[in-house]
Ligand binder design. Structure first.
Ligand code: GAR
Length: 211
């Protein structure tokens, strides 16, 4: 394969529904020029609905169960699974486990997350309810690099939506989610192309395409 056609080997980590995972898979399948190739979807829960969605789209899946074991044990198996698939970039997509500083350091610059708020506002959970309680007039989502501190890494891109009168956490969440599905593929592609506000590690930068 010519270097210009090289796609970065991407793993997507999920815990549940997997709609952002599906948006990434569909973006990669729809566009030859998308700079990443999803090679693996990993869930930390065997009952995640997203596993079937990934399989239906022809992507290999794995379960690395996080319950009932130590964090070190879980992350050792997860890391080995990623290495075995020669993964170069990891996208967290509704992955609801906090990763240890050691794991994050191993994947520095190669670990992305999507979070349903306009960071730095509302790291953590219940983001839409908190935005409504604060009387915010807009909400949104953020794609960022993962660092040891929760939801605090360098921001790659954000999408904004208005808060409408009568919104509940659910209606607002659905409006944000629709934006997330556009934002994540766009932010990931921009990162690998060197057009995001933060540059990727040298080995990840997609070579300019010949066509
Ligand atoms: C998404 O809204 C994502 O931003 C959020 O969970 C949802 C997963 O939905 N992630 C977090 O809250 C991470 N802290 P999905 O499984 O359908 O992509």
């Amino acid at each position: 394969m010519a270097e210009a056609d090289r796609r970065v080997r991407l793993a997507i980590l999920i815990s549940g529904r997997g709609s952002n995972m599906e948006a990434l898979l569909r973006a990669a399948q729809a566009d030859r020029a998308f700079p990443a190739e999803p090679v693996l979807v990993v869930s930390n829960r065997g009952d995640a609905a997203g596993l079937a969605r990934a399989a239906a789209l022809g992507v290999e899946t794995a379960v690395v169960e996080s319950r009932g074991r130590s964090r070190a044990d879980f992350e050792a198996e997860l890391g080995a699974c990623l290495e075995a698939h020669r993964v170069e970039l990891v996208a967290l997509a509704g992955f609801m486990r906090v990763l240890t500083p050691a794991f994050v350091a191993r994947w520095e610059g190669r670990l992305l997350n999507i979070h349903p708020s306009l960071l730095p506002r509302y790291p953590g959970l219940e983001t839409h309810a908190r935005a409504l309680a604060a009387g915010d007039r807009e909400a949104g989502a953020t794609v960022h690099l993962v660092t040891a501190e929760l939801d605090s890494g360098p921001i790659l891109a954000q999408a904004r939506v208005p808060v409408r009168p009568g919104d509940t956490a659910e209606t607002l969440g659905l409006r944000v989610l629709a934006e997330e599905h556009q934002l994540y593929p766009r932010a990931l592609a921009a990162y690998l192309s060197g057009t995001a506000p933060v540059a990727p590690p040298p080995g990840l930068l997609a070579a300019p395409r010949a066509d």
